[in-house]
Write a protein that binds this ligand. Structure first.
Ligand SMILES: NC(=O)c1ccc[n+]([C@@H]2O[C@H](COP(=O)([O-])OP(=O)(O)OC[C@H]3O[C@@H](n4cnc5c(N)ncnc54)[C@H](OP(=O)(O)O)[C@@H]3O)[C@@H](O)[C@H]2O)c1
Length: 332
């Protein structure tokens, strides 16, 4: 394997401090040390990849860098007994694509403790249609179902045309919950109905900027990936003993809230961290996505590109104009 060359998407900081990107010839010798060398077949694009590709130092400290927090592929070498050449694996989270060269290159080398054996019920491609976005949606829904979400519960999903949101709408509706999808930046009512939303809620009818501590109770639970006043409106609109999951800050990382939803309605707020999720819960979520939560319209969420298309799609994510899941075929 020594000297093996491959193609990767590389982000560099130019002399004028701007960040530029393009495809480069790389070699596996420059990958970081690690137990498992994986030939990446599919990756996907997530919000965090846009941040990494844009020079966000909270995500990636050092450049040049290959982003890609998601990778699915085939093991070529493993120095531990955990995996053997030919195993199909999924690698997401931890430091992949942040400060460790990520899935937007044809090879990654990572610790064995980051690697999940691909469940039987998913192909490599399907695992990346879910990707980190789907994994995060699954963790959010696991929190809600473990909490005791009732069979006929009404659930609000925000950021619903995005990766986390689209998959949350899909899994919840596939499981029979009544899903309200917030129609945000993208006016995509038909799409949202097509992936199972029972109701599409207009953002202007939902957002409450009055500062009232409690709003009319409308939902039993909410899956939020936006933060800011969207999250606080959701928390204030959830019924007594309901729950809200919070995983993202696409709108804002600030929240301004009183304690009343918690002390007068008993609302619970669950934080979701996919990056450091413990392995047993990680495997449980992937198993759910490969079986009970594998909704029949999974393919319709995906647009496939190869490495040549990455820069354009990242620009779309930057403006919030992306829809569903972008998967990257590194062997096509
Ligand atoms: N905690 C974790 O482990 C974890 C894991 C994955 C993602 N996240 C976070 O979750 C959030 C969503 O991630 P994603 O991968 O689903 O992103 P994405 O695919 O880019 O979707 C983001 C969606 O947010 C909505 N949006 C509303 N206002 C926006 C704005 N001002 N800028 C950008 N988007 C806006 C848009 O959908 P609508 O038009 O439908 O509203 C957009 O499609 C991000 O903050 C990400 O960092 C966290």
């Amino acid at each position: 394997m020594k000297g093996k060359s491959y193609i990767g998407f590389v982000v560099r900081e130019a002399a004028d401090k701007k960040f530029v990107s393009g495809l480069e010839d790389l070699t596996v010798d420059n990958l970081p040390p690690g137990d498992v060398l994986v030939r990446v077949h599919y990756s996907s694009l997530n919000y965090k990849d846009m941040l990494s590709a844009s020079g966000n130092r909270g995500v990636t400290k050092n450049y040049p860098h290959t982003p890609g927090i998601d990778a699915a592929g085939i093991v070529e070498q493993c120095t531990t007994a955990d995996f053997k050449p030919g195993d199909e694996v999924i690698v997401t989270s931890y430091d992949l694509g942040m400060n460790t060269f990520g899935g937007l290159g044809e090879y990654i080398r990572v610790p064995a403790s980051w690697v999940v054996k691909k469940p039987e019920g998913l192909s490599l491609r399907e695992s990346m249609i879910f990707g980190t976005a789907g994994f995060t949606a699954a963790l959010s829904i696991l929190r809600l179902t473990d909490f005791g979400l009732g069979d006929n519960a009404e659930v609000l999903v925000t950021g619903s045309t995005g990766g986390v949101g689209s998959i949350a709408v899909s899994i919840l509706s596939h499981c029979g919950y009544s899903v309200s999808a917030l129609n945000g930046l993208n006016d995509e009512k038909e799409y949202l109905k097509g992936i199972g939303a029972k109701e599409v809620v207009e953002v202007q009818d939902f957002l409450d900027e009055t500062g009232r501590p409690l709003l009319r109770e409308k939902w039993d639970a909410s899956v939020d990936s936006l933060g800011g006043n969207i999250l606080t409106s959701a928390i204030r609109s959830v019924r007594a003993d309901g729950a809200v999951t919070c995983c993202g800050n696409a709108v804002s990382h600030d929240i301004s809230l009183t304690v009343y939803p918690f002390i007068l309605r008993g609302v619970s707020l669950f934080g979701i961290d996919s990056q450091n999720c413990p392995m047993p819960r990680r495997v449980r979520a992937w198993n759910m996505m490969s079986k009970e939560w594998k909704f029949p319209w999974l393919e319709t969420l995906a647009s496939e590109i190869n490495l040549n298309g990455v820069a354009d799609e990242i620009a779309r994510i930057r403006t919030g104009k992306n829809r569903g899941r972008i998967i990257v075929n590194l062997q096509g």
